[in-house]
Design a protein around this ligand. Structure first.
Ligand SMILES: [Zn+2]
Length: 246
């Protein structure tokens, strides 16, 4: 979900004289940000029981979307707080690339609403960044969300379980299938993490779910390491025409 234009804008705006540019691209004041909250689309039920894709009307308890009917995801259940679209984009990018953490608690509350079914979770863990990328970015936005959500959700924040061993290229430029290839074998569970998650229920936190390829790769890795259930909770998700796996 990285846009080179926006990253360049951040770099340009490192010069104090150009901070105004950053404030337009990524609004900073709670007042400027709250105008976006009025327009965002919150995701709730009715939705696909497995992946959380919103349904336009109620299809009954346990109904699945076409994609999950064709091939269920590697995680047990996924939910997202907001729809990722033109209205929520400024809020999310301000947080993700602009370092605006003033909305963090509000994000966390919305995520705990979306993830209210994940009641018996033991640990809450973020989708990790590769150390190289973390150094460039200075923070992992998924980790900030995981830590903030842990206040409202069942389970303890556990950032020391899952690691990214492959510095995968940005997912933004990849096609659906490319994304799956891209993140294959990209994650691993630490030795201490293995002990910790054996037979436990986990909530995996990400910022924006696009194809779900990253979440699925993480879930597969965690299950192979002995996790009982892996639930995926994201701040936002892209809702578009379903790509039905063949
Ligand atoms: Zn689904």
């Amino acid at each position: 979900m990285e846009t080179t234009g926006e990253i360049k804008a951040i770099r340009r705006a490192q010069k104090p004289a150009l901070n105004a540019v950053l404030n337009i691209v990524f609004p900073a004041s709670p007042k400027a940000l709250s105008q976006y909250w009025r327009k965002v689309t919150f995701i709730d039920e009715p939705c696909c029981h497995l992946c959380g894709r919103p349904f336009p009307f109620d299809q009954g308890a346990g109904a699945l979307c076409a994609r999950c009917t064709a091939r269920p995801p590697a995680y047990d259940m996924g939910r997202s707080a907001l729809q990722y679209d033109a209205d929520s984009r400024p809020l999310i990018l301000a947080f993700k690339h602009g370092g605006r953490t003033v909305q963090l608690d509000r994000f966390a509350k919305q995520m705990s609403r979306a993830g209210r079914r994940f009641k018996d979770a033991d640990y809450i863990l973020p989708v990790p960044l590769h150390p190289k990328r973390l150094a460039r970015r200075s923070y992992n936005q998924a980790a900030l969300l995981a830590k903030a959500s842990a206040v409202y959700l069942a389970g303890d924040y556990a950032p020391d379980v899952l690691f990214r061993k492959k510095d995968t290229p940005s997912q933004g430029a990849q096609s659906g299938r490319g994304r799956y290839r891209n993140v294959q074998g990209a994650f691993e569970v630490s030795v201490s993490g293995r002990e910790k998650i054996k037979g436990k229920n986990l909530i995996l936190i990400d910022d924006v779910l696009t194809t779900g390829a990253t979440a699925e790769s993480c879930a597969r890795t965690l299950k192979r390491a002995g996790a009982q259930k892996v639930w995926v909770l994201s701040l936002a998700r892209v809702v578009r025409d379903e790509e039905i796996p063949t």
